[in-house]
Design a protein around this ligand. Structure first.
Ligand SMILES: [Zn+2]
Length: 185
């Protein structure tokens, strides 16, 4: 428990600076004020430079998604949520996790044992702060999501520890219908 809390808190104190300058792929032109890149159907990769990200993202999202920050533990309403549906990248709308892969890890952040598909996530070695970890980023927009650890439950044994700030949730329609029926609606 202490060990798990320690890692993200360390990151909070020494958030590293993202230094990604993609000069070849400018998706947004004169419409940078609108986050037009958010789409749940468009799978085109998103590549913006840091100045553009800063313009279009709310500050708390920017800090985590682009500066690899970490939200306060137990601060996300998604951490304890048991609603049925799909979690998307809050930055670009890429589908990341289904609620049925979510579990209560007790670590203070929304936790999942597997992503929706292999292409949902990008894995990168993270050797910062003298630790050997695996960072997970959104497969479409390369936003920092969190880390994956090998202490999760079956069937994968993995724990995707994700910042709730960079998640966007949509309730499953079937689940809503079932709920309404149960309520006599
Ligand atoms: Zn994304």
């Amino acid at each position: 428990m202490n060990r798990i809390l320690f890692f993200p808190l360390l990151l909070l104190m020494t958030a590293c600076k993202a230094n990604i300058n993609d000069k070849n792929n400018i998706v947004m032109s004169d419409t940078v004020q609108k986050p037009l890149l958010y789409s749940r159907t468009d799978t085109t990769k998103v590549n913006l430079n840091e100045a553009e990200w800063k313009k279009i993202l709310p500050k708390e999202v920017y800090t985590i998604a682009r500066e690899k920050g970490t939200e306060r533990p137990y601060s996300s309403p998604f951490e304890k949520s048991k609603e049925i549906g799909t979690f998307y990248c809050a930055v670009c709308g890429n589908a990341l996790f289904e609620s049925n892969a979510k579990f209560e890890s007790g670590c203070g952040w929304p936790s999942f044992y597997q992503p929706i598909s292999k292409s949902s996530i990008i894995y990168l070695p993270d050797n910062s702060h003298g630790m050997v970890r695996t960072e997970v980023q959104c497969g479409r927009c390369k936003s920092h999501l969190g880390h994956v650890f090998e202490d999760g439950p079956p069937p994968t044994g993995l724990r995707y520890c994700i910042n709730g700030v960079v998640l966007d949730f949509e309730k499953a329609k079937a689940a809503e219908k079932k709920y309404n029926t149960a309520q006599g609606n």
